[in-house]
Design a protein around this ligand. Structure first.
Ligand code: IPE
Ligand code: IPE
Ligand code: MG
Length: 247
C-alpha cells in the first residue's frame, strides 16, 4: 500500500508523513562518550523513545514504528541482551497506562516468542490495554528482522499452497503483504536513522520500497521533538516519484 503524505491539520502547512519508521541507533556511543555503562545508554534511549512518541503524536503522525531490537542483536553479549530485555519488560509494565491515556495504540512486530512466555504475556496484555487508541499507532519492532519476516511469510504461503488453501497463481504484492507483521498497516513514508550510520540494518525491507530516508547525526538518547521536526521538514522538501516520470 503506498501511503500518501497527509496535509497538516492547519491548512497551508507542509505535508507530514503518514508513517514514520525510526532506527534508534547510538545508545552505546552515547554512554561511552560519558564513561557510562552501555545499559545506561539504553535507559536514556528508552527516555528518548518516550519523548519521540509524544512528539510524533503532537506532530500529527498517525503511524510510528520504532526499531528497538533486531534479530541480529541476539548476537550481542549475553549481559547486554539481558539488560535490553529487562528494560523492555520494565517499560511494557510502566508505560502502558500512559500510552492508553494518550490514545496511543501499541503493537509489537517481530519474533516475540524468542523473549519467552512471560514477555509474550506482557506484550499481549499491553496490546490489549491500548487497543482502543486512535491518536497514534505505535509499532515497536522487537526481535525484528526484515529478512526473517519475509521468510516467515513465504513459509506460511508455501504451507497454505501445499494444503490447497492458497493458489500460488493468485499471489501478488498486496496479498503477500498480508502475511507480514505489518499486515493492514501503511508502508513507511519516512525512515529516520540516528547516530550518523547510513544503512537499513534489516529494518522493514519489504515495506521501505519507496520510503524517503533521513539520516541524522544525533545519538538516539539525545533525540526529541526538534530532531523529529527537522526530519519531517526534510521529508517535506523531497519529491516522491514512485518510478514515474515527472511532467
Ligand atoms: C541502539 O544503540 C540500540 C540497539 C541496537 C539495541 P546501539 O546499542 O546500537 O548503540 P551503538 O550503535 O553501539 O552506539
Ligand atoms: C539497528 O542498530 C537495530 C536497532 C536500532 C534496534 P544496530 O546498531 O544493531 O545496527 P548495525 O549493527 O550498526 O548495523
Ligand atoms: Mg548501533
Amino acid at each position: 500500500m503506498s501511503a500518501a503524505a497527509r496535509p497538516m491539520p492547519e491548512t497551508g502547512s507542509p505535508p507530514v508523513p503518514l508513517h514514520v519508521g525510526i532506527i534508534m541507533d547510538g545508545n552505546g556511543r552515547w554512554a561511552a562518550a560519558r564513561g557510562l555503562p552501555r545499559a545506561l545508554g539504553h535507559k536514556a534511549g528508552a527516555e528518548a523513545a518516550r519523548r519521540t512518541i509524544e512528539a510524533a503524536a503532537e506532530a500529527g503522525i498517525s503511524w510510528l514504528t520504532l526499531f528497538a531490537f533486531s534479530s541480529e542483536n541476539w548476537q550481542r553479549p549475553a549481559d547486554e541482551v539481558r539488560d535490553l530485555t529487562m528494560l523492555m519488560r520494565h517499560y511494557l509494565a510502566t508505560e502502558v497506562s500512559r500510552l492508553s491515556r494518550e490514545g496511543v495504540r501499541l503493537r509489537i512486530i517481530g519474533e516475540r516468542e524468542r523473549f519467552g512466555e512471560d514477555t509474550v504475556r506482557a506484550i499481549a496484555s499491553a496490546e490489549a490495554a491500548t487497543a482502543q487508541g486512535t491518536r497514534l499507532n505505535l509499532n515497536v519492532a522487537l526481535s525484528y528482522g526484515g529478512r526473517a519476516e519475509i521468510v516467515s511469510a513465504a513459509r506460511e504461503i508455501a504451507r497454505r499452497a501445499a494444503t490447497g488453501e492458497l493458489d500460488p497463481a493468485t499471489l501478488d504484492e498486496r496479498s503477500f503483504g498480508r502475511f507480514l507483521g505489518t499486515a493492514g498497516m501503511p508502508d513507511p513514508d519516512l525512515i529516520i536513522r540516528t547516530s550518523g550510520e547510513q544503512r537499513i540494518s534489516n529494518f522493514l525491507l519489504w515495506q521501505a520500497a519507496y520510503a524517503e530516508f533521513v539520516f541524522q547525526d544525533t545519538l538516539w538518547p539525545d533525540y526529541g521533538a526538534p530532531h523529529l521536526a527537522a526530519a519531517i521538514a526534510e521529508f517535506a522538501r523531497r519529491e516522491r516519484r514512485y518510478g514515474q516520470r515527472v511532467a
